[in-house]
Design a protein around this ligand. Structure first.
Ligand SMILES: C[S@@+](CC[C@H](N)C(=O)[O-])C[C@H]1O[C@@H](n2cnc3c(N)ncnc32)[C@H](O)[C@@H]1O
Length: 399
């Protein structure tokens, strides 16, 4: 099938009705399509996540600022968990219903077969998000649901034997439509396997890769991060260029589910291995701090990408740029807020602003005076979040 025809099969964005899912949850033994999947991501990254879904041939059903909804089979769930560089967590929407009051909520949750996917236990975690609905208290939504699940589990005493604290239920209430979702990822997916060495102010891995994707970095061009810290930007760029799955070598919650299919999972892992590219990439990571640079080198070894990153111990203020001006500068410079430093950073940022007159650059930082240096005529700006901190993202407008 041609790419164009495949595109035609993607349905337009739409809302799914209020009672589409059978109360027993999705068919667990077949790869049955048309169940929903809720994927969370950092603020402002939903469009990048949508592009990833397209690459995996999955439709977009709904888009929210920090999440997208798509449709899935179990194979898709495995694939997204392994391949998405942007996602925080991948939830399977198991059940949904129209809920307008707490009695309805209790009865609905009680009626669900909690033993469908995993062995039920009271050791689960519950989270909720409410938008534009009659029930707007997330706390009450969680507490009533919790009571109903416990009541349901008492009925199912014989299956209550395998406590697994990593199982998470997420309640997503929007326009009185409650979706009961199960976390298929486990721990947040931004926690890559390669980060064994950390540093006080690391960039979240999925935010780093979001910036690289937004920069449209061409893999055959040099990429430089003059303030590399633990190496997040350089390592994620190398993984992207080499087409190595970002979540390789970690365990996922779906591997604990009753219906986990080893054969499909092994096929997906084999495909991943065969899809690796190997070219000559020019990725340069520099830092003034030799110890931190050592951490970055170990992290790059863990990710098997040391061969395409050149690490250099260099002070940005005295160092020379390479590659004439034909390179991508993507960086997260120091800023006092996270590093508890009282150094005067203005000369460093002035020099950075000077460099950026000559080359393309993408800079993310919480340094409060950046707006003075990065003038709006030449730069675009967006406020983002690294962990809970507000960060400014500036990038040079194309000329
Ligand atoms: C915000 S941290 C970068 C964190 C990195 N993005 C990560 O994910 O780990 C800024 C880095 O800039 C380095 N740095 C500070 N002053 C520098 C200078 N003059 N030249 C080069 N690096 C410098 C610090 O050692 C620190 O590692």
């Amino acid at each position: 099938m041609s790419e164009a025809n495949k595109g035609d099969l993607i349905p337009p964005p739409r809302f799914i009705g209020t009672h589409p899912l059978p109360k027993g949850g999705p068919n667990l033994h077949k790869n049955k399509p048309s169940m929903q999947i809720l994927i969370t991501c950092p603020f402002w990254c939903a469009s990048l996540l949508t592009k990833e879904l397209k690459r995996l041939d999955l439709p977009l059903v709904e888009s929210h600022p920090t999440a997208v909804l798509s449709e899935w089979t179990w194979k898709d769930i495995y694939n997204i968990n392994l391949w998405s560089r942007i996602a925080n967590k991948v939830y399977a929407v198991m059940w949904e219903d129209k809920i307008t009051n707490f009695d309805q909520l209790f009865d609905f949750v009680l009626s669900l077969s909690w033993n469908t996917l995993f062995v039920p236990t009271s050791e689960f975690s519950l989270h909720a998000s409410c938008k534009n609905s009659q029930i707007m208290s997330e706390k009450s939504l969680v507490s009533v649901t919790h009571k109903a699940i416990l009541t349901s589990l008492n009925i199912l005493q014989d299956t209550k034997t395998d406590p697994d604290k990593s199982q998470e239920v997420f309640l997503f209430m929007s326009w009185n439509n409650l979706k009961v979702c199960i976390n298929t990822s486990g721990a947040s997916l931004h926690q890559r396997w390669w980060r064994t060495q950390t540093w006080p102010a690391p960039l979240k891995e999925n935010l780093a890769v979001a910036i690289i994707l937004l920069s449209w970095w061409k893999f055959n061009k040099p990429l430089i991060d003059p303030f590399c810290g633990s190496g997040t930007i350089a390592i994620e760029a190398a993984l992207l260029a080499k087409n190595i799955a970002p979540w390789k070598h970690r365990n996922f919650a779906f591997q604990q589910f009753k219906n986990f299919d080893f054969n499909i999972w092994n096929e997906i892992l084999l495909d991943e291995k065969n899809s690796e590219f190997n070219n000559n990439y020019q990725i340069v990571a520099r830092d003034i701090d030799e110890k931190v640079l050592g951490y970055a080198k170990i992290n790059a070894q863990n990710a098997w990408v040391s061969d395409c990153i050149t690490f250099e111990h260099q002070d940005f203020q005295s160092g020379l740029m390479l590659f004439e001006w034909d390179f991508w500068l993507i960086t997260n410079p120091p800023y006092w807020k996270r590093l508890n430093s009282n150094d005067d950073l203005s000369p460093l940022y002035e020099k950075l602003a000077d460099y950026l007159k000559e080359c393309y650059g993408w800079v993310i930082s919480s340094y409060p005076w950046m707006w003075k240096l990065f003038n709006s005529k030449h730069f675009s700006h967006k406020q983002l979040y690294n962990w809970a901190d507000e960060v400014d993202f500036y990038w040079k407008k194309p000329v």
